[in-house]
Design a protein around this ligand. Structure first.
Ligand code: TMP
Length: 211
């Protein structure tokens, strides 16, 4: 998959996989090649979608149903795609998103238990066939990931889930990667920062052609 048009790239990862550090590395890899990519995230990415993000992440006493969660993820995503990602790609900019639709299949699908076909139907309705050209999945064991993640700030509504939930999230991502090996590249995120960055660099050098 060599591509000279600007690409839409997403980065996914389990809790504690080191997404933020990796995003900074990816941005600097592009900058070294004279490209200033647009960095964005999900849920969120536009002012309204960021408000939806706040609703989704806030800890609350009322139980949020899995369907509500899924629909809000896609409400945010449609807003993000139509008002930000697609216009930026049309302008010729490279777009890198901290998570995209694979997260809904892993979190709301495999982990919350919503039916994969229903999510696919919603995905099709909301995005037609739009998806990232390349997705990097930072994979780490749940045990190590949670150990790293829990050293950080106050957990949000998702970060409060248990080990079983995160095991399912990881399985969901690995299943997606198995089904779409050309698009989704698994990066072993269990090593040192330098080791992980070397793996990311190798994937970028293989699948991204910016000449
Ligand atoms: P973040 O912590 O990576 O910024 O993402 C916020 C949380 O939202 C994270 O726990 C994963 C979750 N999430 C979903 O459950 N479904 C989705 O579709 C997306 C994009 C994120």
């Amino acid at each position: 998959m060599k591509n000279k048009k600007p690409m839409f790239i997403s980065l996914e990862g389990s809790e504690g996989a080191g997404k933020s550090t990796s995003l900074r590395f990816i941005k600097s890899w592009f900058e070294d090649k004279g490209i200033n990519p647009v960095m964005t995230r999900e849920p969120g990415g536009t002012p309204f979608a960021e408000e939806i993000r706040e609703l989704l992440l806030a800890t609350r006493s009322e139980k949020v149903t899995s369907d509500t969660e899924l629909l809000l993820m896609y409400a945010s995503r449609v807003q993000h795609c139509q008002h930000y990602i697609i216009p930026e790609l049309d302008k010729g900019n490279w777009v890198i998103s901290d998570r995209f639709n694979d997260a809904s299949f892993a979190y709301q699908g495999t982990a919350r238990g919503l039916d994969n076909d229903r999510i696919t139907e919603l995905d099709q309705w909301c995005l037609q066939d739009f998806k990232p050209d390349l997705t990097l999945f930072l994979d780490i064991s749940v045990e190590l990931g949670l150990k790293r993640a829990r050293l950080r700030s106050t957990p949000d509504r998702f970060e409060k889930e248990d080990v079983k939930f995160f095991e399912a999230v990881r399985c969901g991502y690995l299943l997606r990667a198995q089904n779409e090996p050309d698009r989704i590249k698994i990066i072993d995120a269990s090593g040192s920062i330098e080791q992980v960055q070397a793996k990311i660099k190798s994937v970028l050098e293989t699948y991204v052609d910016i000449k």
